[in-house]
Ligand binder design. Structure first.
Ligand SMILES: NC(=O)c1ccc[n+]([C@@H]2O[C@H](COP(=O)([O-])OP(=O)(O)OC[C@H]3O[C@@H](n4cnc5c(N)ncnc54)[C@H](O)[C@@H]3O)[C@@H](O)[C@H]2O)c1
Ligand SMILES: O=c1ccn([C@@H]2O[C@H](COP(=O)(O)OP(=O)(O)O[C@H]3O[C@H](CO)[C@@H](O)[C@H](O)[C@H]3O)[C@@H](O)[C@H]2O)c(=O)[nH]1
Length: 441
């Protein structure tokens, strides 16, 4: 099939490459010339494991190209819209300007029979509005809403082998146009559906809600365990053992119960906020008012880390202390620093006058763009040299594997704060370190 992908960021670039991998002829379009130049040269414009190899392979196949020329979508029959929906400045609501602009641009170029597929995460009600706007321009074109659930760091695998695929279609199940759209989407996703991937066909509102409900649930699970960490801190318990113990209950499950600095990134924080804003517009704010608490618990963890740093420094003031920060991305295996808890903590300590020397295997360029004032270095060892305290804030494998004895030789004071509960306290204490973590004695 001939497919266009409009918006080639973390979601769209991966989606375009995966669609080509599934055998389709794909054109990716973005307004960002730099991003398109990289992609057109077969290079990933951001760090995502497996993407460079996939781009090389699909580039060579001749089935994948990238351009800033929107007219290139005219050849395609199915058009995925993958542009950003960030949080509005000064509000919890989603900023839909990119979605609205992209849909207008697409609608001006599609033809009868084309299917436009929304993948961006949007407030419930958006798809219905956009469907009406699309058919007002091209009555024979249809809209589908196909939310995306990929995780950064696993984006290629999640796209090619998703846990489920959701289609929101006009009129829902049983509607003739809807049925036709389902047939088209099944052909698009044939390679990913093979092997029995569950596929849920539903109406627009449900499809939009599935996405924000899933992210709200994940955020709730993380904040739940972080609330337990707060309790452990005052009562003297160990949240990692607590998580293991409750996680053995199959009804609860151990995944997404890792306590620490909490959730960040370009999705969970802004999606739960946009959900609250939309629920309020719909007069249903009470239904999701608990999300305010989820957000508050999450943000308290970042402040707790800053306070804990001051606590372990003891008589030494934060201002002037040399703080080594290991990890800046919002999670490992990503270079994404959007709403990164790690970068937030580093910036707060810097604002308090600490000399923050920070490193990350992939995220330094993005971090520097957001917080230029920190001192950025290449390695954990460089960051730790002469440090009064070391903060592990993003659990990259190389930081998990650090040798406490070797690192002890580099620092001014052996103080380590494990913001992600991934180090072995016994080994670090045995090497002479003061080990502190969130939610652990
Ligand atoms: N990043 C993820 O892991 C992920 C996963 C699932 C869903 N989502 C959702 O997908 C959407 C995109 O997220 P992202 O992380 O890829 O964002 P991103 O900022 O990385 O990418 C968005 C891209 O859209 C481009 N763009 C903006 N306006 C455009 C226009 N008019 N025409 C063409 N391109 C345009 C931007 O230049 C940018 O490259 C969001 O709604 C997000 O919530 C993201
Ligand atoms: O037990 C855990 C698990 C995760 N996190 C943090 O939670 C955040 C989000 O992690 P993750 O969900 O793995 O990353 P994303 O790539 O943001 O993926 C989420 O957001 C995407 C965009 O909506 C969705 O598509 C995915 O399904 C959803 O998992 C990160 O800061 C993690 O450090 C924890 O603190 N504890």
């Amino acid at each position: 099939m001939k497919i266009s992908v409009v918006g080639c960021g973390y979601l769209g670039a991966v989606h375009a490459a995966c669609m080509a991998k599934l055998g389709h002829e794909v054109v990716g379009v973005d307004v960002d010339q730099e991003k398109i130049d990289a992609l057109a040269a077969g290079k990933a414009p951001f760090f995502e494991p497996g993407l460079p190899e996939l781009l090389t392979e699909t580039h060579a196949s001749g089935r994948l190209r990238f351009t800033t020329d929107m007219d290139a979508i005219r050849d395609a029959d199915v058009h995925f819209v993958c542009v950003g929906t960030p949080q509005q400045a000064g509000s919890f609501a989603a900023d839909l300007t990119y979605v609205d602009t992209a849909f207008r641009e697409v609608a001006a170029r599609v033809k009868t029979g084309d299917v436009v597929v929304g993948k961006s995460t949007v407030p419930v009600g958006t798809a219905g509005r956009l469907a009406a706007e699309l058919t007002a321009v091209v009555p024979g074109a249809t809209l589908a809403w196909n939310p995306e659930f990929l995780r950064e760091g696993f984006a290629v695998k999640d796209t090619l082998h998703p846990d489920r695929i959701v289609y929101g279609v006009t009129g829902g199940v049983g509607d003739a146009t809807g049925e036709q759209t389902v047939t088209t989407l099944d052909a698009v996703y044939a390679g990913a559906l093979a092997g029995g991937t569950p596929r849920i066909v539903t109406d627009f509102a449900t499809a939009e809600l599935v996405k924000v409900a899933a992210n709200s649930f994940l955020a709730t699970k993380i904040s739940f365990i972080n609330a337990m960490a707060e309790l452990c801190e005052v009562a003297g318990g160990d949240v990692t053992q607590l998580a293991d113990a409750i996680g053995h209950d199959n009804r609860i499950g151990r995944r997404f119960l890792n306590a620490g600095l909490g959730f960040g990134g370009g999705c969970l924080p802004k999606d739960i906020r946009a959900f609250m804003a939309r629920a309020e517009e719909l007069g249903a704010d009470q239904a999701v008012s608990f999300l305010h608490e989820i957000d508050a618990i999450n943000l308290r963890r970042r402040q707790r880390m800053v306070d804990l740093t001051a606590e372990v420094l003891g008589d030494q003031p934060v201002a002037g202390a040399r703080v080594a920060v290991l990890g800046l991305a919002f999670k490992p295996n990503s270079d994404d620093t959007r709403d990164s808890p790690a970068l937030d903590v580093a910036a707060s300590l810097h604002a308090l006058g600490a000399r923050v020397v920070a490193t990350d295997p992939e995220a330094v360029v993005n971090a520097r763009r957001r917080v230029p004032g920190l001192e950025y270095v290449r390695t954990a060892e460089e960051a730790a040299a002469g440090a009064d305290v070391v903060l592990l804030l993003t659990e990259w494998q190389q930081y998990r594997d650090l040798d406490p004895t070797a690192l002890a030789e580099l620092v001014a004071h052996r103080r380590i704060l494990d913001g992600r509960n991934v180090l072995d306290p016994i080994a670090w204490r045995a090497a002479g370190w003061t080990y502190r973590a969130l939610g652990r004695p």
